[in-house]
Structures are given as C-alpha cells and as structure tokens.
Design a protein around this ligand. Sequence first.
Ligand code: 13P
Ligand code: SF4
Length: 304
Amino acid sequence: MIKDIQEEILRIKKEKDICILAHSYVAHEILEIADFTGDSYALSVKAAGVPHKNVIMCGVRFMAETCKILSPDKHVFLANEEAGCAMADMMDKELIEAVKPHYPDYTIVAYINTTAALKTICDVCVTSSSAVNIVNNIKNKNILFIPDCNLGAYVAAKCPDKNIKLLNGGCPVHAAVTTRDVTTARQKHPGAKLLVHPECQPEVAELADYVGSTSGIMDYARNSDEKEFIIGTELSIAEHLQYECPDKKFYPLTSGLVCKNMKLTTLMDVYNCVKGNGGEEIIMDDNTIAEARKCIDEMIRLSK
Ligand code: 13P
Ligand code: SF4
C-alpha cells in the first residue's frame, strides 16, 4: 500500500515537474520519495537551485517560505498547511520592531526558524549548521541573536570576541530536555556517545560529546567508529539512523523529543499535494520577498 502511493507520487511529480524537498524530521516514507532531504541549511540552498517549476516542502511553514523567497517564480507548496514552527511563531515582526531601537549598533541575526515577515527587518539569517561560521564572519562585534536563546548561547560560547545579546525564545521540543534526562540516558547506555542539537539548553549541550545540526548529528554518527549513540534531537533522527546503520545502536535522549508540527505531514498529504488536491501554495508579496531575500542572501554570502 505505502509502496503503491509512493510510486504514484513519483509518477505524478515527474509528469508535473515537481521537486519534493523534505526535512530530515519528517517520516521515513516521505524521505524515500523526496528529491532532496537534509537540515534547514541544505534545504534552503537546494531550494535556490532546483530547475523544477513546482516545489513541495515537507517540513514546516518557514521552510516553504524560505523556498518561495529564494525561488519567487516557482509555485511553492507546503504539503500540510497546518505545519508551523512553535519557535518561529514566538517572535513576530512587530515585537522585533519594538526591540530594535534599544539595539541601535547591533547586527540582527535571525535563526532561519523565523517568519518571512520578521526576516524583512533582520540583517542576516543563520541555520544551526552555519550559525557559528556566519557570526564569526560578521564584521560588527555587536550581535542581537533571535529567536533561539539556546542556539544563541551556543554561538556566543564559540564566538568569544562577539558581544551577543539574546532574547527569550526557543524550541519548546529541544528546550524541554534536562540534564537529568542526560544522566538517565547515560546510566542506561553507558558506552554510548551523546549527540545533541544546539537548540537544547546550554547545560545539556555542555554534557554532549558532539553538538550539531540535524545533518551534523547524522554525519557524525554515520562516520564514527563508535557503535552506540544517544540522539538529542527529534526522535525521527534516531529512527532514520537506525535504518541506515543497522550495525549501530541509536537511542533517543528522551521519548519527549517529538515535534508535532514535523509529524503533521503524512504520505497522503504529499500524494494529495502532487495531485493538486491539498497543501497550501505559498503566496507572498514582492516587497516581502525582496526584503526577506536580503537576509537569506547575506547568509549564503557569509557562509562561504
Ligand atoms: P536544523 O535543520 O538546522 O538542524 O534545525 C532543526 C530544526 O529544528 C528545524 O526546525
Ligand atoms: Fe520548530 Fe522546534 Fe519543531 Fe524545529 S523542532 S520545527 S524548531 S518546534
């Protein structure tokens, strides 16, 4: 049944010149039919370069918006229109407009997990995999990093020459992990390496053997000679890795590491979307596209 739906999706997407992009947090059967999978950075770079007329994003809204900003002439669809991001929804443009006058000499660095509207008033975007490199490459010493204070604290620790100010936002899924969870997981799996996402609290990240983005964690586990890993990011990553590396063992850091937004997209949503019966086309005015694009282009420029 799943195979039949997958084959039908592959057939229709070829016929209609559709590219499917999928974040690594979505279900395995969706990753199998995607043209490209990866973390937020990899997907945003791919979004800019694919030749297809139509793109379906299997992930959350800010990812589809990023895709539309980078490819305004394409039809870009979010496979499940309800898939938002709790962190992106935490800070809107109006809030940061009110905050900005208090930081007149600061470069505003926005995590890519922000709305397109908010990006229009920020200076540069970062993703979890590119944040340290980009902040180091910014000439200004003064940085206001939004919205994730945990990723911001991680970046601040890695960029001691910068004066980094943070606001109180973050990912509720990753931020819920505690040092106690780490102790429990380490006791259960004493030989395992602990790999965590920098959206986790700094005290959790400090206990890890490796801190990195979704793709960073996956690459580390794939390439390591170690055999057991505790995975401190969304549950799906432990699952994908287990499938890919059957001779190794992967344990989720906690069973609570579930992003309900990333789990909203189903294979049937993708099927309906390719057929033209579902999903939401991202529509954005030219001014928002042009202003938000400066922020994303700056990310691509500074990450070189
Ligand atoms: P990355 O894809 O940059 O690892 O970020 C994880 C995430 O939370 C995406 O929303
Ligand atoms: Fe947003 Fe966190 Fe879900 Fe990523 S894991 S989409 S940051 S709520």
